[in-house]
Design a protein around this ligand. Structure first.
Ligand code: ADP
Ligand code: MG
Ligand code: ZN
Length: 467
């Protein structure tokens, strides 16, 4: 029996206003029921007007997933009754979605997997119920907020894979700048469907609604597959049921059985004309596409020699990717910037914003590369700057004053070291390259740590090969 999983992912688009009205879509910190109007409250006679920005953001997602954009898609009404839905229906796209087909490649334990995308459509969000001890309150601010729903084919094969799919998709969405995809704010929510295939034949799926963390997706899917396994092992049939997930208790909650399945009575929304995406418009959207993370990784490999693993780490957060790029552009050896950003700066980088400007980090790296500032000293300087214990220019001036850079002095010092260690010199000449390290160490000691080891090595090599 092979696990089969398909995901329906809802992503909140980062538009200024809602999908069909001019109310602000930034509802998160707003007092309840302050961002509403007759349109999103569904008052009689109010007419929806489609938000162009939301369409463009959704098109960006469609293009990134290589999906086929429909020239004319349609909005449908999905009818149901629930207290957070004042209109009594949700406007979505069912018959002809914005885009169909497509695929997404991601990594699971170092291996690339590709999952096909069935379709992608625009829809509006519902309001929010707020449960208190004694009663349930409703906040309509979220009503009509723009969502893009991405539906995969049922071809994910483990809960772990589902989690990695979502993780990678979230990174893509952030690079596309279509959503902040803050999962704690519910900006990415997922309905997960799972079944067990026997001899390649798909089984009946069980759905889990509204998962909003990677952990929840993985654990809920594992629980639902276990539930199906037990059913089948006992000789029972799997019925179509829908579960919720209690993240605190790590437990499935039965929401509805097949008998309670909704009939949504979908029909085209008579208030909205078909959504026509002309080739010209699509071309404009394509021209404005940000660089995709995998395109960026490939370019970095070519331009800067950034290895794949490091690129992945840098690309996990677009802000950090941009920061790296800015540093890389300002140093003679961009490959060196990788280590500075990933190893040296990373521990201090805890907020959204970098703890030092790209210019300043690039300056530190350049001073090291130019041999003006020893690497260890530079790490100290970085630490002092990011912890607010010194100004960069003052610290650099200080090392510049301290570091021994007089060529004649350096040459003399190296000559003394050569004279004092004939054995190491002989070893080096015999091809033992470690001997150079030893000699540099001796020279550093003589300079009381105030010279640049790279420069010392160069002088040593020049003197030894010349003599
Ligand atoms: P529904 O009409 O009930 O919403 P869909 O065919 O639209 O069902 O599929 C919804 C989601 O469920 C898709 O992501 C799809 O990949 C997934 N899915 C469909 N059939 C199965 C199955 N047998 N096992 C697992 N997932 C499935
Ligand atoms: Mg469906
Ligand atoms: Zn409104």
């Amino acid at each position: 029996m092979e696990p089969v999983i398909g995901l329906e992912i809802h992503v909140q688009l980062k538009t200024r206003t809602k999908l069909f009205c001019s109310c602000s879509a930034e509802y998160f910190a707003a007092p309840p029921n302050t961002l509403t109007c007759p349109v999103c409250l569904g008052l009689p006679g109010a007419l929806p007007v489609l938000n162009k920005e939301a369409v463009e953001l959704a098109l960006r997602v469609a293009l990134a997933l290589n999906a086929q954009v429909q020239e004319a898609s349609q909005f449908d009404r999905k009818n149901y009754f629930y207290p957070d839905l004042p209109k009594g229906y949700q406007i979505t796209q069912r018959q002809v979605p914005l885009a169909t087909g497509g695929s997404f490649a991601f990594k699971v334990e170092g291996e690339t997997r590709t999952v096909r995308i069935r379709e992608l459509h625009l829809e509006e969000d519902a309001g929010k119920l707020v449960h208190t001890e004694s009663r349930t309150l409703v906040d309509f601010n979220r009503c009509g907020a723009p969502l893009v729903e991405i539906v995969t084919e049922p071809e994910i094969h483990s809960p772990r894979e589902a989690r990695e799919f979502l993780r990678a998709l979230r990174i893509l969405l952030r690079h596309l700048r279509v959503s902040t995809v803050d999962m704690e704010k519910g900006e990415l929510r997922c309905d997960a469907n799972a079944s067990l295939a026997v001899a390649g034949r798909l089984g009946t799926k069980t759905e889990i609604k509204n998962l909003n963390s990677f952990r929840a997706v993985e654990h809920a899917l594992a629980a639902v597959l276990e539930y199906q396994r037990e059913k089948l092992a006992s000789g029972a049939k799997v019925e179509q049921v829908t579960f919720g997930w209690d993240e605190g208790k790590n437990e499935l909650i039965l929401q509805r059985t097949k008998e309670e399945a909704h009939d949504y009575r979908y029909f085209p929304d008579p208030d909205l004309v078909p959504l026509v995406v002309s080739p010209e418009w699509l071309g404009e959207v394509r021209a404005k596409m940000p660089e995709l993370p995998w395109e960026r990784a490939a370019r970095w490999a070519k331009e800067y020699g950034v290895p794949e693993r490091e690129a992945e780490a840098l690309l996990a957060e677009p802000v950090r990717a941009d920061f790296f790029e800015e540093v890389a552009r300002q140093v003679p050896n961009p490959r060196a910037a990788v280590g500075w950003v990933l190893s040296e700066l990373w521990p201090y980088w805890t907020d959204e914003e970098p703890p030092i400007s790209a210019q300043d980090l690039a300056l530190i790296i350049r001073k090291v590369e130019e041999g003006v500032c020893p690497r260890l000293k530079a790490k100290k300087i970085l630490e002092q700057v990011v912890t607010g214990r010194g100004s960069l220019s003052a610290l650099i001036q200080e090392v510049e004053g301290e570091v021994l850079r007089d060529e004649r002095e350096l040459q003399a010092l190296v000559a003394e070291v050569i004279a004092a260690h004939p054995q190491a010199v002989a070893d080096f000449r015999a091809g033992k390259t470690q001997a150079l390290g030893f000699l540099v160490g001796q020279a550093m000691k003589k300079a009381q740590g105030k010279a640049d080891p790279k420069r010392l090595a160069q002088i040593l090599q020049a003197l030894l090969s010349g003599g």
